[in-house]
Write a protein that binds this ligand. Structure first.
Ligand SMILES: [Zn+2]
Length: 313
């Protein structure tokens, strides 16, 4: 969501060595050097396996903690699987490659709404979309995302490209019968309008849900999924707490959007899938329900939305 694909800089390739296209990392999170980049401790696992349905393991964040370290730590924290999400051609190829070689990973592929205008002005949007369409045929690519609309970062000049790209991604998700992961920043109404006009895919997920009670009710009416990130743990996020209360419990998912949006009490420090239990526990506290029960529910929802991590679809 918010920061993904912004405040990140491409890392030059070291070709010929890594199994993954581009190597262990392909981007680096921008840092002003003032952030505390100490890794938070691994939390106590929940009683049941859970999933992080949206993460960016390809982004280096201040130290040498690689995707392999992230997946090992996630296992220790009881995370049964993650969805590795791309935001441009390169990171989508990387995501699909990692999912193809690691049983703990499924992939989502897309051009981020803030990347679409750049492809359009370079005249390469159609080619890039064709690559995403091709990647979406791979058996462990289970979502098209993150795509959507971002009126915060992209001004009027880029809106046309964003809309075109979003609609093309919706069509790709429907064509391949896989989920859609939506990035919606300051664009709630336009996102809903688009989904209703062109027809939403059967599994439609609002990644890093940032709406309020009103949008949560609209989502519930249409059977759309709300994926809550670390932002729901912030005490100031009253809109998210209200949304959580009215959300359809069978449509709630959990994610990190790592390395961004680290849950309380580690806000600002590097995020990683192993911190997912903190968000589940915080949500359970808000709802006044048992954390293991909520964990089991979100795990069931995740498997319904994306299919099993074990099987090749
Ligand atoms: Zn993201």
């Amino acid at each position: 969501m918010p920061d993904s694909h912004h405040g990140t800089a491409p890392i030059p390739h070291a070709p010929g060595e890594a199994v993954l296209p581009g190597g262990e990392y392909i981007r680096e999170r921008f840092s002003d050097g003032k952030r505390d980049i100490t890794r938070p401790p691994i939390p106590e696992p929940l009683a049941v396996p859970i999933y992080d349905n949206h993460t960016h393991l390809e982004i280096k964040d201040g130290d040498d903690f690689t995707y392999a370290d992230a997946l090992a730590a996630a296992e220790q924290a009881g995370i049964a699987g993650v969805i590795q999400v791309g935001g441009d051609v390169e990171s989508s190829q990387w995501s699909a490659a990692l999912a193809a070689q690691d049983a703990r990973v499924l992939a989502a592929v897309a051009l981020h709404p803030n990347e679409a205008p750049g492809y359009a002005s370079a005249g390469t949007l159609d080619d890039a979309l064709a690559t995403i369409d091709e990647l979406a045929t791979q058996p462990r690519v289970r979502a098209v995302g993150e795509t959507g609309l971002d009126f915060f970062r992209t001004g009027d000049d880029g809106r046309r490209a964003q809309h075109d790209s979003f609609e093309a991604h919706i069509a790709i998700a429907k064509r391949h019968g896989i989920a859609l992961q939506i990035h919606d920043r300051d664009a709630h109404e336009a996102v809903v309008e688009t989904l209703l006009r062109v027809g939403a895919p059967e599994v439609t997920v609002f990644h890093c849900f940032s709406g309020d009670e009103h949008l949560a009710r609209i989502a519930a009416d249409h059977g759309w999924y709300l994926s809550f990130s670390g932002t729901v743990t912030f005490s100031s996020a009253k809109n998210l707490h209200a949304a959580l209360r009215v959300a359809d419990r069978s449509r709630i998912l959990v994610e990190t959007d790592a390395p961004f949006l680290t849950p309380t009490p580690f806000r600002g420090r590097p995020n990683s899938p192993y911190l997912t239990p903190l968000t589940v526990r915080s949500m359970a506290d808000r709802l006044g329900v048992d954390a293991d029960e909520l964990a089991a529910e979100t795990a069931r929802n995740t498997l319904r939305a994306y299919g099993s991590w074990d099987e090749v679809r």
